[in-house]
Design a protein around this ligand. Structure first.
Ligand SMILES: [Zn+2]
Length: 245
């Protein structure tokens, strides 16, 4: 028993130590390599996650901004009309009996009428500034007279607070020689309209409701002035929508 025990113990002891040492070296070596291997995979993964989160956040932000922007435009409009503030009375000038327009546009408007006259075309002003109170009267009284619901009426008249006429920068124009076409689509067949179509832009006037509009009916008689920064600011949302910005 003793004889066999001692050599066995002698034999096993160094062997055990050697085994442990080797095992320890192997263990350390493999741990180190695991660590580096992990590092090789982890660093690009972390970089990828950071970049992904960064771009995702930016993308989401711009996406949200687009949504907010669109919603803002959508929410601000009522039945296809943008909201407009009523200009103050001191900004208005009378250009013909009971027709007031913004002081920033009246010179341009009168020049346009005079130049048309030189070409043998007679423009007549039908409606300029309208207070929100008057617009309210027009919108609601005509709506009930014609038995129209708001959505139908809004195709031909803006709800109060949503009319370009309240800014003082809108003007309804007729042909003095064809008064039966006042406020009618047939106005487009008159010399006055043909002249305006060709020349109004020179005086900074633009047709507000052309045939491309789908929520508001075509109004060949309704023009708005865009010849000043103030006017451009007022009509910015409408122009942006048309430009699809
Ligand atoms: Zn009008």
């Amino acid at each position: 028993m003793n004889f066999s025990f001692l050599p066995l113990a002698d034999y096993m002891e160094p062997n055990n130590i050697e085994n442990i040492e080797v095992a320890e070296r192997k263990y350390l070596y493999s741990e180190k390599s695991k660590f580096f291997k992990n590092l090789i995979f982890t660093i690009p993964l972390i970089v990828f996650i950071i970049l992904f989160v960064f771009f995702q956040k930016n993308y989401l932000n711009s996406f949200q901004n687009t949504l907010i922007g669109d919603r803002k435009i959508r929410d601000d409009r009522i039945l296809g009309h943008f909201p407009y503030k009523e200009t103050s009375f001191e900004n208005l000038v009378e250009i013909s009996p009971d027709i007031l327009v913004h002081k920033n546009m009246y010179k341009s408007l009168l020049k346009m009428r005079d130049d048309a006259k030189k070409d043998g075309v007679y423009l007549v002003f039908l409606s300029g500034f309208r207070s929100i109170a008057l617009q309210k009267e027009i919108f609601y009284s005509l709506k009930s007279i014609r038995s129209q619901i708001a959505i139908e009426r809004a195709r031909v008249s803006a709800p109060p607070g949503y009319s370009e006429h309240s800014t003082g920068f809108a003007i309804d124009i007729g042909d003095a020689l064809n008064r039966e076409t006042d406020f009618e689509v047939e106005f487009q067949n008159t010399n006055a309209f043909q002249w305006l179509k060709k020349n109004a832009a020179k005086y900074h006037f633009k047709l507000s409701f052309d045939k491309k509009q789908n929520s508001v009916d075509y109004e060949p008689w309704h023009w708005r002035y865009e010849g000043s920064i103030e006017a451009l600011k007022i009509f910015e949302a409408s122009n942006r929508k048309r430009l699809k910005l």
